[in-house]
Each structure stands twice: as structure tokens, then as C-alpha cells.
Ligand binder design. Structure first.
Ligand SMILES: Cc1cc2nc3c(=O)[nH]c(=O)nc-3n(C[C@H](O)[C@H](O)[C@H](O)COP(=O)(O)OP(=O)(O)OC[C@H]3O[C@@H](n4cnc5c(N)ncnc54)[C@H](O)[C@@H]3O)c2cc1C
Length: 381
């Protein structure tokens, strides 16, 4: 039986743990730094059909229907005037069993960890990774050590494990945007509460969607914002009330009343990857945001984390010369380009280019060929 250590109990680590657990060939242990898995209670996440298909293999289709939502459309609006530009039928990519899904992040994490209570060890912060021939020796800050045959690194965008192995060569960079998250009551008037509403620019976009039928709505906005190096590192800065009010005032809205209804408001800087890092050991692998984190404007982070975890598990199972790294880099590059492009287009600020963008958007959301290339290619696996 091979020993597998997984660092980080986020979406990617927990999903790959579920896959390993189905086989009798592996003994898995998941090491999580925090004492409680951060369930970020009310916040939402979007899952496209590529990840829903893979999650269904471990029983996601059996999750109660009142715990998830299947929006049919993405409606595009201008942020300032709240005028509708056009809508995109996201359900065109659905099949009978795999539907574009929105849900609470906590629901997804609870689902992923439901059979892993024994395997998850909390309060384990990695401090050293030593590679000795085929064995990998891990040391933690609580002075415990552990030996394993495979090491899966899934400790997120600031991956300490990746830093330890690469000697801090590959660090994430600030994306020049702040994320503003919150929860809106379902009764909020301006919004179509049965679909995903996407409000565009300037230098800003916000997305509002239901995460459960007839319940509160998830609010997530990205705002262009310059921060000094010191500010980027100072997390208390982002919970300072003066700073929060300053950021909220910058939201380019005419009708701002609904912002008063925002609950569980949280502001944080968005960090993204700049580079890939290939580990020179066939038994140590990166997945999820530790592999590569892109701007959240294509809502693919979690879906790609799930897809990557699945591909890695398959390549370990098949244990032949694997193309895991090469194939993943290829797919991630496609997603990264689209994520950056979305952010650029959503945040346009020149009135003329905005008019032009809106005209093109109206055409493209109805163009099947374009949608197949832009979205279909990503949603296939
Ligand atoms: C604002 C925003 C909105 C987003 N919206 C979406 C969306 O709608 N759809 C979507 O698909 N994606 C979205 N994403 C991206 C998505 O959240 C991430 O891509 C995804 O959570 C990555 O999962 P992960 O498991 O790789 O990392 P994480 O979820 O970050 O999990 C990492 C885990 O590792 C643990 N850990 C960290 N350091 C250590 C350590 N030293 N030792 C042990 N454990 C450690 C952490 O505590 C955590 O539990 C969004 C991202 C942002 C920033």
C-alpha cells in the first residue's frame, strides 16, 4: 500500500483525497494548517459542467437539490445604469446529469470532506520537505514527521510547500484588484435572482447569483486598486472600517442603496500566478491554486482545481510516463488567457470602447461557433 500525503484541505486536496480513497492501493493523510477547515459560510462558487461531471463520479449528483442551484443564463448589465446589455444561455452546455451549478463554498467543502474525517489532520503546518530516493520526509511545525511515497501539494495560491521546494523562486503577484465578497438578501430588487447577473465596469465588475433556491444571493466584485507592497501584506488593513468605506464609495453605481443590504462583507487582495513550476521528482505534484492561480473573472479556479486533481490521480493510477504536467499547463494557459481577457473587457472605462464592447457582446453571446471555442473548449475534459 502506497502512502500519500496531501498538504491542504481545500477543494483540490479534498477532491483528490476522495479519488485515492476509492482505491485500496493507497493510504492517505491530509494535513491542514488551520484548526477548522475554513468553510467561508455564506459565500458562493460557480462550477461549470467540466467539474460537475467529475464531481458526479464521487456522488455530487446525489447532493440534495435545495443545497445547489442551476442557473440558466448569465445576464450582462452596465454597472452604472443597470441597463441590460444581453444574456448568454450557459445551460446550452448542460447535459441531463451535468448542469452549470452554483452553491455555497461551504456546501462543496462539506460534501468533499464527508468521508474523510479520519484522514484529515488539522493544525499541521508544513515546515520541511526532504526528498530521499523514493521516500519523501515531511516535518511539521508541531515537530511531528511523516514519510510518504507520494506528496500532493494543494495548499493554495500562497503555497508554503511550493516555496519550500523551490526556495521561494515562484511567488504569486498582486493582480491589481481587490475582491469584495458578501451576501445579498433574495428580496434585493435590481437583480434577476434566478440567474447569474454580471455588471460591467469601469475598472470594476460585480457578479450576483443564487447559491440555493429562494435563498440569499452571493455577491462578488472585483475592483482595480493599486496597493503598495506593504499594504498587500498587511491583512488587518483590509478589515479596517475606513478602508472598507473608501472602497465601497468607489463602486461605480448610480443606485447604491442595495449595497447597504450587503452582509458578511469581506475585502481582500487578489493574487495570481506568474509562472509554472515543474518539480524534479515524479512523486511530488502540485494541484489547484498551488499549481497555478488565475484571475477569478472566468470563474474557473475551482473547476480547474477539480480537473487537475482528477488528471493527476489518473496519471498516478496508470503509473506510466505521464504527461500530467504538460497537459495541465496547456489547459491552464487557455483558461488564463480567457480570465485575463474577461477582466480586461469587463473593466473597460472609455465610453466609446464601452459602446463598441456592448455591441460585440450582443453578437457573440448568440454566436454558437464563438461560444464553442471560447467556453466549450474549456468545459470539455
Ligand atoms: C474572489 C474569488 C472568487 C472566486 N470565485 C470562483 C468561482 O466562482 N468559481 C471557481 O471555480 N473558482 C473561483 N475562485 C477560485 C477558487 O476559489 C480557487 O481556485 C480554489 O479554491 C482553489 O482551491 P485549492 O484547493 O487549490 O486552494 P484553497 O481553496 O486555497 O485551499 C488551500 C488549503 O490549504 C491550506 N493550507 C494553506 N497553507 C498550508 C500549510 N502551510 N500547511 C497545510 N495546509 C495549508 C488552507 O488552509 C486551505 O484549506 C475564486 C477565487 C477568488 C479569489
Amino acid at each position: 500500500m502506497k502512502k500519500v500525503a496531501i498538504i491542504g484541505a481545500g477543494i483540490s486536496g479534498l477532491f483528490i483525497a476522495n479519488l485515492f480513497k476509492r482505491s485500496l492501493n493507497y493510504q492517505i493523510t491530509i494535513y491542514e494548517r488551520s484548526n477548522l477547515i475554513d468553510l467561508d459560510k455564506g459565500y458562493g462558487i460557480q462550477l461549470s459542467v467540466n467539474s460537475v461531471k467529475l464531481l458526479n463520479e464521487i456522488g455530487f449528483d446525489k447532493l440534495q437539490n435545495d443545497k445547489k442551484f442551476n442557473p440558466e443564463k448569465i445576464s450582462f448589465y452596465t454597472t452604472k445604469s443597470l441597463n441590460k446589455i444581453c444574456e448568454l444561455n450557459i445551460s446550452d452546455f448542460n447535459s441531463e446529469d451535468c448542469k452549470y451549478t452554483t452553491l455555497k463554498r461551504s456546501t462543496l467543502l462539506n460534501f468533499l470532506k464527508r468521508n474523510l474525517e479520519k484522514e484529515i489532520k488539522t493544525n499541521y503546518n508544513i515546515s520541511k520537505i526532504k526528498q530521499q530516493n523514493q521516500l519523501i520526509k515531511l516535518s511539521f511545525e508541531n515537530n511531528e514527521t511523516f514519510e510518504c511515497d507520494y506528496l500532493i501539494i494543494s495548499d493554495g495560491v500562497f503555497s508554503k510547500s511550493k516555496n519550500l521546494i523551490s526556495n521561494n523562486q515562484i511567488l504569486p503577484k498582486y493582480n491589481n484588484t481587490l475582491a469584495i465578497r458578501g451576501v445579498l438578501p433574495n428580496s434585493t430588487k435590481i437583480i434577476d435572482n434566478k440567474n447569474i447577473s454580471l455588471f460591467l465596469g469601469p475598472d470594476f465588475h460585480q457578479v450576483v447569483y443564487p447559491v440555493e433556491p429562494n435563498r440569499d444571493l452571493n455577491f462578488i466584485a472585483l475592483m482595480k486598486y493599486n496597493l503598495s507592497k506593504e499594504e498587500q501584506k498587511n491583512y488587518s488593513f483590509f478589515s479596517d472600517d475606513i478602508f472598507i468605506q473608501k472602497v465601497l464609495k468607489k463602486i461605480p453605481l448610480k443606485k447604491r442603496e442595495y449595497l447597504d443590504n450587503l452582509k458578511e462583507l469581506k475585502i481582500f487582495p487578489v493574487f495570481v500566478s506568474d509562472n509554472f513550476y515543474r518539480i524534479q521528482n515524479n512523486n511530488i505534484h502540485l494541484i489547484g491554486d498551488a499549481f497555478f492561480a488565475f484571475p477569478p473573472s472566468f470563474a474557473q479556479g475551482a473547476s480547474q482545481s477539480i480537473e487537475g486533481a482528477y488528471e493527476l490521480f489518473r496519471s498516478i493510477e496508470n503509473s506510466k510516463e505521464s504527461n500530467f504536467f504538460k497537459n495541465r499547463v496547456y489547459k491552464i494557459k487557455m483558461v488564463n488567457i480567457r480570465s485575463k481577457f474577461n477582466q480586461f473587457v469587463f473593466h473597460l472605462s472609455n465610453p466609446l470602447t464601452i459602446i463598441f464592447r456592448n455591441i460585440i457582446l450582443k453578437v457573440l453571446v448568440k454566436n454558437k461557433k464563438f461560444l464553442e471555442i471560447y467556453l466549450g473548449k474549456i468545459y470539455k475534459n
